[in-house]
Write a protein that binds this ligand. Structure first.
Ligand code: DON
Length: 336
């Protein structure tokens, strides 16, 4: 008769073999989903590069890269994952997270708010409607305000903190794309007006010009699809970077960050996006989108041509297909 010890050894071996087989199947499913989405949308010609920031119109519209990183730190990539584009509005997520870390989530809720505006991302009507409240840190007015809330005495101190925080999320040093920064700084009169309005309503407490400039710089940070996927995967993994192992954001604040992303990450198309995928996400006019499947994976796609709401067309399609193929929707549950 077999001893208990040899039974348990046999069970362990069988369990490990099952696990390995399941892992290989997962791996094949993820690779297959990336390959299929890449091929399906490669020749899609919908959308147009942003051009209200002149440097963005010059970016190659054919750049197209997909990266998915699991909470175990496994990396899957397809297409161009080395070309950097400017992070643009995706940066707003990480500055918002920094403010949450420093001042608590109520600081954001009680200042600009955590609600959808139903307006375009740089709406002035949305500011006027509730005197700078009842919005969120992912639209321009709320984002410039969030940047103004990062603690620090000098421009350099605040900027250093912001860039350092993005670096911890991405797991590598990031730098500003100077041509994008100069181009946006020369044409950001609307954001300057927005910042002054938020100052007039007491939401920005001081130095609206400095806040706008730091915000412009944070939007010009260069990232590739893999960087963005690591940043998203850090949110998927409860605030711990699954590639470097560094804890970047308190786990208790991750749900609050994801809630604002779900509410407003794709601006006035956020509802449509959530209906389609269930994923908290964030877009940028540089052509990137990140999305988070909590406890599972972070995914990012870069492709510069945008739809009318300012969201990358290929990125939306590719992320939706991949996530739906591998069970990324957190609201989808198999009945017991
Ligand atoms: O402030 C702006 O207009 C840009 N720096 C960022 C806008 C943006 O990325 C909107 N995203 N879809």
């Amino acid at each position: 008769m077999r001893s208990v010890r040899s039974w348990s050894a046999a069970l362990l071996v069988a369990f490990a073999a099952t696990n390995c087989a399941a892992h290989a199947a997962d791996e094949a499913a993820i690779k297959g989903a990336l390959d299929a989405a890449f091929a399906k949308y490669k020749d899609l010609q919908e959308g147009k590069n942003a051009d209200y920031i002149p440097a963005l119109a010059e970016v190659d519209p054919n750049v197209y890269g997909i990266a998915l990183i699991t909470v175990d730190g496994e990396v899957y990539v397809k297409g161009d994952v080395s070309t950097e584009v400017s992070i643009q509005s995706i940066s707003k997520v990480f500055t918002m997270a920094k403010v949450m870390e420093e001042s608590g989530p109520e600081a954001l809720r009680d200042n600009m708010g955590v609600d959808a505006t139903g307006q375009v991302f740089n709406s002035i009507v949305a500011i006027e409607q509730y005197k700078g409240a009842e919005m969120n840190a992912l639209v321009n007015a709320g984002a410039i305000t969030a940047t103004s809330m990062v603690q620090g005495k000098t421009y350099d101190e605040i900027w250093g903190k912001i860039l350092g925080y993005y670096r911890d999320f991405a797991g590598r040093d990031l730098t500003v794309l100077e041509d994008v920064y100069e181009s946006e700084a020369a044409t950001n009169q609307r954001n300057q007006a927005i910042a002054h309005l938020m100052y007039a309503y007491g939401k920005i407490e001081e130095e609206p010009v400095r806040a706008t400039d730091i915000y412009t710089k944070q939007c010009s940070v260069g990232v590739n699809a893999k960087d963005l996927a690591v940043m998203a995967a850090t949110l998927a993994n409860g605030g711990k970077n699954p590639v470097t192992g560094k804890k970047v954001l308190s786990s208790e604040h991750v749900p609050e960050v994801l809630a604002v992303m779900a509410t407003a990450g794709l601006y006035d198309d956020s509802g449509k996006w959530l209906y389609r995928t269930g994923l908290p996400a964030k877009s940028g006019v540089g052509g990137g989108i990140i999305a988070v499947s909590p406890g599972k994976f972070g995914i990012a796609v870069i492709s510069p041509p945008l739809d009318a709401a300012g969201n990358s067309v290929r990125a939306q399609n590719a992320i939706a297909d991949i996530s739906n193929a591998i069970g990324g929707n957190p609201y989808a549950v198999t009945p017991k």
